[in-house]
Design a binder for this molecule. Structure first.
Ligand code: 5GP
Length: 179
């Protein structure tokens, strides 16, 4: 893995190869299977970035589970509420369900930190957060991460569902922005 790639106008260097990602994804699926046996968990995949990660974890999961897909949108609320996060596409009740939020990356943590209260409002049986990547150096908002595949430095990455300006999601490995 030494080949630099170009996505639009930017150069990226290899960071996590496809087999390293798949090994971690399988480990996560095994752990979730052990933790959620007989609980029929509901995966809540946050689009767009988590689609590939969620799909691979879900495929590797040997227990009964459901999945649904939502988008989070941020809009300006009133002065007192600031930016409001709203979800689009949530068509399943979370009440009494064991919810596993599947997110691509926690950067500042702002998105999930703002959205989690809306999940808890529906009184699920439990809520867990599973992320592919976490940038601890960038995280300033509190997010209770339960499962994390990779802790990474505070650098921009693309591939495996994550985009640069809409492109690069189809790469099966993860690449880091070149210096
Ligand atoms: P946060 O609210 O945690 O700051 O940001 C979360 C969102 O920002 C992620 O779901 C993702 O869409 C985007 N993001 C943060 N860091 C990166 C990165 O390094 N690469 C890409 N492609 N997206 C990122």
């Amino acid at each position: 893995m030494s080949q630099t790639i170009q996505v639009l106008d930017k150069h990226f260097v290899p960071f996590l190869d496809a087999s390293t990602i798949q090994t971690k994804v399988q480990e996560l699926a095994n752990q979730l299977a052990a933790d959620y046996q007989n609980k029929k968990p509901l995966f809540l995949c946050i689009l767009n970035g988590a689609f590939m990660f969620a799909s691979d974890v879900f495929k590797a999961l040997p227990i009964d589970a459901e999945i649904c897909f939502i988008k989070l949108a941020s809009y300006k609320g009133t002065k007192s509420t600031g930016n409001v996060i709203t979800s689009i596409g949530l068509d399943v009740s979370l009440t009494n369900r064991h919810v596993i939020v599947i997110e691509d990356i926690i950067d500042t943590g702002k998105t999930l930190h703002s959205f989690l209260p809306q999940i808890h409002n529906q009184q699920p049986a439990s809520v867990a957060i599973a992320v592919l990547l976490h940038k601890p150096e960038a995280t300033t908002y509190e997010v209770p991460i339960d499962y994390c595949c990779f802790t990474i430095p505070n650098k921009f990455v693309v591939g495996y569902g994550l985009d640069y300006d809409g492109f690069g999601r189809n790469l099966s490995a993860i690449y880091q922005l070149a210096e």
